[in-house]
Ligand binder design. Structure first.
Ligand SMILES: O=C(O)CCC(=O)C(=O)O
Ligand SMILES: [Fe+2]
Length: 226
């Protein structure tokens, strides 16, 4: 499932992030890629260990954990501390799949279930720079307003097309979900969305809302991994 999450950050928050990012040191992205990805990667990345990167990571993580749709769709067990990238002057990232397992600086290991890109520039600010994701229904091209996020399954092949004008600035990261199976995760998301809307019309004490909530939690209990 490809799921856009609109306005994770406000225009003001995007502006603050961009100010910090443009005042930071950038590294050659290819140096940080492993295996096949190294040969197809042509962009810049923020040094994850810089003070600015840590401030930005904390800020984005805080927003993510507060966002009900993000939490409902990903059921996060671990979130990789968000990274930041910049594409310009034809910069691109060829077709690849993200590594299945990533090791954090702390030594903790994360399985990538869901991949995410948070756009920090508006589509009008640059040409190209489409995030193209292969799905069962063909290639989907994604380019969202600044402050919005796309979630997609980490098992998908994807690429970023060359940026031929302007700059494309994004944050990207991965989520290890409590529910490893993407089909089960999607069923839980659909069920939760329906429970939320029934709660608005009938109240959370309504008999059917209570019964559906029981089913939701019992499925989550059955399908969550650890
Ligand atoms: O820039 C993006 O939207 C995606 C980056 C990406 O695919 C990666 O770093 O693995
Ligand atoms: Fe990727």
């Amino acid at each position: 499932m490809l799921l856009p999450i609109e306005s994770l950050l406000s225009a003001e928050e995007v502006q603050q992030c961009r100010q910090l990012l443009f005042a930071s040191e950038w590294q050659d992205g290819a140096a940080t890629a492993g295996g096949l990805a190294r040969t197809v990667k042509n962009n810049f990345q923020l040094d994850d260990n810089s003070d600015n990167a840590r401030r930005l990571q904390d800020f984005v993580l805080h927003r993510l954990r507060q966002h009900p749709t993000f939490v409902s769709a990903t059921l996060p067990e671990h979130i990789y501390p968000p990274k930041f990238n910049l594409y310009q002057n034809g910069g691109h990232y060829g077709q690849h799949v993200d590594s299945a397992v990533m090791t954090l600086a702390s030594g903790q290991v994360l399985r990538t279930d869901v991949s995410a890109t948070l756009f920090l520039c508006d589509p009008d600010d640059y040409d190209g720079g489409e995030l193209q994701i292969e799905t069962r229904y063909g290639m989907q091209s994604v380019k969202l307003p600044a402050g919005s996020l796309i979630l997609y399954p980490s098992h998908s092949l994807h690429q970023v097309t060359p940026v031929t004008r302007g700059q494309r600035l994004c944050s990207f990261f991965w989520i290890q979900s409590l529910v490893r199976d993407s089909h089960n995760r999607e069923l839980l998301f659909d069920l939760d969305q329906s429970i939320q809307s029934l709660t608005i019309t009938h109240g959370n004490g309504h008999e059917d809302v209570v019964r559906l909530s029981q089913i939701y939690h019992n499925l989550l209990r059955q399908w969550s991994m650890s």
